[in-house]
Design a protein around this ligand. Structure first.
Ligand SMILES: Cc1ncc(COP(=O)(O)O)c(C=O)c1O
Length: 461
């Protein structure tokens, strides 16, 4: 979530045209949104940065998009503009806003009670379904994916008696203090912008680059790492970064040989398929974590674990809470919504629609890149599409730093949003939902060709 970038302009883009376009689009955004401007002014008096979360203030628009209604795959703002939403709340709204199956389930549950601290049948139906889809036998509920990772890592330490964790450089796994680190020539240091007097990441965290198996082997060799925490395909750093052939087999083998647990974070990779990457790739981790879209827009997270980890967890929590859990975790609203998502939304048909539209979106972007001979790359994982300003697919997220093209990302985001298309505010990535319309994907293709034509100065070609 940091922005430690010199703002270089990617090759192929005319810097003067970019600066001009960015100014014009920023001014146009503000001019057409008097109500959003007024609300932002008001918000500044009671919210840090004038936004409910700090990172909204780092998104491209000069005043935030103020949403009046979110319906299906569309957003309607307070100034009367309508948008096709490809940002989908950074995967949290992957199924579309207010999916009818989720709305019906939540409405019904509201009448039956929204928090009780007692179990109901939905909890069992959900954990049984997770078992079936993702393979791991035992599951626990959390309020967020950050918490799922926090508790998974705590249990990994409990089960192994080791303290350290290992992560891939520039991966994001939520607001975890020991994960707020980056790899430099001098080793692991706190991520820029993170309080240096917090957790000592040099002591808690090892880091290697994604796809670097030699470095991974060296880092695990001393046998002091409790768990490797990994996304199966890296989705942060503004790109889709694929594991190289054999990577996952070697990762599993190295972790097993060194007594290290493997935690696979599926939070952003659910768009890969109805059983995430774990099922698509046939992975066999010790723990799985997720959140965001899993309850269709109601806050929720989950972690699954092997029998061995569950046995350690049971021993560990025999006499106390062990620092695990949260009062609202597994709340009836969230669990009812999860049951609806797993039973009625995460189906083969849903994924077929998302994949078909994502393929089209990727093809449109690739065609523009090719027509303009730009040394850029567009990647896809199921319903997620993302472009990187690198000539070949990135191998790791470290390669994408120092960041290149932040002002270009802002310009693209604003040009599209001023014309009715919203991308992810942080990375510019796009997600397809089961409610996304093909005509919106087509509109994106047309506008993308138009804006790249304007920025290269070579027209649409
Ligand atoms: C891979 C991954 N894991 C975990 C999280 C944390 O999710 P949340 O912010 O909902 O707790 C994120 C958030 O972006 C993520 O990308």
């Amino acid at each position: 979530m940091s922005s430690d970038q010199p703002n270089a302009v990617p090759p192929g883009i005319d810097p003067d045209r970019l600066a001009e376009l960015l100014d014009r689009e920023r001014a146009g955004w503000i001019e057409a949104r008097p109500r959003a401007v007024a609300l932002h002014e008001r918000a500044r008096r009671s919210q840090v940065h004038g936004t409910p979360q700090h990172w909204i203030s780092q998104f491209p628009p000069p005043v935030p998009l103020v949403v009046d209604r979110a319906v299906g795959a569309r957003l309607y703002d307070t100034d009367g503009h309508e948008y096709a939403d490809f940002g989908l709340a950074a995967t949290a709204a992957l199924w579309g806003h207010n999916h009818p199956a989720v709305v019906a389930a939540v409405r019904d549950q509201l009448d039956r009670g929204s928090v009780t601290l007692w179990p109901n049948e939905d909890h069992v139906a959900v954990t049984e379904e997770l078992q079936r889809r993702f393979g791991l036998p035992f599951w626990q509920f959390t309020v967020s994916a950050s918490d799922a990772n926090r508790f998974a890592l705590l249990l990994a330490r409990v089960a192994t008696g080791r303290q350290r964790i290992l992560m891939f450089n520039r991966a994001y796994h939520g607001s975890l203090e020991q994960a707020a680190a980056v790899l430099t020539a001098d080793g692991v240091i706190p991520e820029p912008g993170v309080e240096p007097n917090g957790v000592d990441v040099r002591r808690t965290t090892k880091m290697v680059e994604f796809n670097d198996l030699d470095a991974l082997e060296r880092a695990l060799a001393p046998g002091d790492v409790a768990a490797v925490l990994a996304e199966p395909v890296m989705t942060n750093g503004g790109a889709v970064i694929w594991p190289e052939p054999g990577f996952h087999a070697a990762l599993r083998d190295l972790t097993r040989r060194t007594g290290t647990l493997l935690v696979i974070d599926e939070t952003q990779t659910i768009p890969a398929g109805p059983g995430g990457c774990v099922r698509e790739f046939g992975l066999d981790p010790d723990l799985i974590t997720m959140g965001k879209c899993i309850a269709g827009g109601i806050p929720a997270g989950l972690y699954g674990m092997s029998g061995a980890v569950a046995a350690a967890a049971a021993r560990y929590t025999e006499h106390g809470d062990g620092g695990l859990g949260s009062t609202m975790a597994g709340g009836p609203l969230a669990v009812r919504a999860m049951r609806a998502v797993l039973g009625e939304v995460m189906t083969e048909e849903t994924y077929a629609h998302m994949n078909r539209l994502a393929e089209r979106y990727q093809r449109d972007v690739a065609a523009v890149i090719a027509r303009h001979d730009l040394p850029w790359h567009v990647g896809r994982l199921g319903g997620r599409v993302s472009y990187a300003f690198t000539p070949t697919p990135p191998r790791n997220a470290g390669q994408l730093y120092p960041r290149v093209g932040s002002s270009l990302r802002d310009a693209l985001w604003l040009y599209l949003a001023n014309r009715g298309i919203v991308l992810n505010g942080m990375s510019g990535a796009a997600l397809m939902s089961p409610m996304t319309a093909e005509s919106d994907v087509e509109l994106h293709g047309t506008l993308f060709a138009e804006v790249i034509g304007a920025l290269t100065g070579r027209g649409e070609r």
